[in-house]
Design a protein around this ligand. Structure first.
Ligand code: CP
Length: 299
């Protein structure tokens, strides 16, 4: 069973294979898609809000010629009547060939996998991980840089404590030679110890040194909905704002990434700058998720 639960599950060889498969899928997309999954059904179970992850999973399945069934609001799920996730998963596995799930609770995707007869793809589990986003982030970086062959400095900025996409992206990048990191966050939202290595740079402020040094600046929004103390949001919400003046300090070949949605942390007038890569990054969700579905289904 090929579940995708955590960025930590991949070897370097598997990641290189995945990047090649995603590039193949991008070519297939340019030619109008494929019918390779025409007898397959993807179930999307999204118990937290999502635009990109769910829609790009569903688009990926349609572009592979497959079908989609969807549960997009826990209010309309039998979980509101007290059904436990294990029962939902046992049943949805009998309706579909593969399940993408997003949940509020860290560990719920792994729990779902324990009860599933079909592959489970973690589309974000609370403040835990978001491995499929991490893979599309990796693909985006690999399209801009010779990952593993040239030195790359990645600066993660924003809410690094609850930002699950950072946890997954950082874990995946650690497989490659020559990648170094800076972590820029308010003290209360710094990178958890489990994702940090002794000696790596931590900052509370964005400074010119980071902006000029970083090949990749990976910004994130403050995850207001996960903060234990809402007052913290008011204190940190304007901590890092990327304006044209800030972004112009980055090299033109460097990239500004963001998993989106953004709130106020990147101003709209940055979108036209050469460093702005976040919409390209979001678009990469389709070929990467096509590759994931195909790999998990053995297509
Ligand atoms: N990047 C991401 O997970 O976006 P959504 O929350 O819209 O799925």
């Amino acid at each position: 069973m090929n579940h995708i639960l955590s960025a930590g599950q991949f070897t370097l060889t598997e990641l290189k294979g995945f990047l090649s498969r995603a590039a193949e899928m991008e070519e297939i997309l340019e030619k109008g898609g494929s019918r390779m999954a025409e007898d397959k059904i993807l179930a999307t179970l999204f118990y937290e809000p999502s635009t990109r992850t769910r829609l790009s999973f569903e688009t990926a399945m349609y572009r592979l010629g497959g079908h989609v069934i969807s549960e997009t609001d826990v209010m309309f799920s039998s979980q509101t009547k007290g059904e436990v996730l294990a029962d939902t998963i046992r049943m949805v596995g009998s309706y579909s060939d593969i399940i993408a799930i997003r949940s509020k609770e860290k560990g719920n995707a792994a729990l779902a996998a324990q009860y599933s007869t079909v592959p489970v793809l973690n589309g974000g589990d609370g403040a835990g991980e978001h491995p499929t986003q991490g893979l599309l982030d990796l693909y985006t970086i690999a399209k801009h840089f010779r990952l593993g062959e040239e030195p790359i400095h990645v600066a993660f900025v924003g809410d690094l404590k609850y930002g699950r996409t950072v946890h997954s992206c950082c874990t995946l990048l650690r497989n490659f030679e020559g990648v170094t990191f800076s972590f820029v966050a308010p003290e209360s939202l710094q990178i958890p110890d489990s994702y940090y290595r002794q000696g790596e740079a931590k900052y509370h402020q964005l400074n010119d040194d980071i902006l000029t040094k970083a090949n990749v600046v990976y910004d994130t929004r403050i995850q207001k909905e996960r903060l234990e103390n809402p007052e913290i949001y008011e204190q940190v919400k304007n901590a890092f704002i990327f304006t044209p003046e800030v972004v112009s300090k980055m090299d033109e070949e460097s990239i500004l990434m963001h998993p989106l949605p953004r709130v106020n942390e990147i101003t709209l007038d940055v979108d036209k700058m050469p460093q702005a890569t976040y919409f390209e990054q979001a678009a990469n969700g389709v070929p990467t998720r096509m590759a994931l579905i195909a790999e998990c289904l053995g297509l």
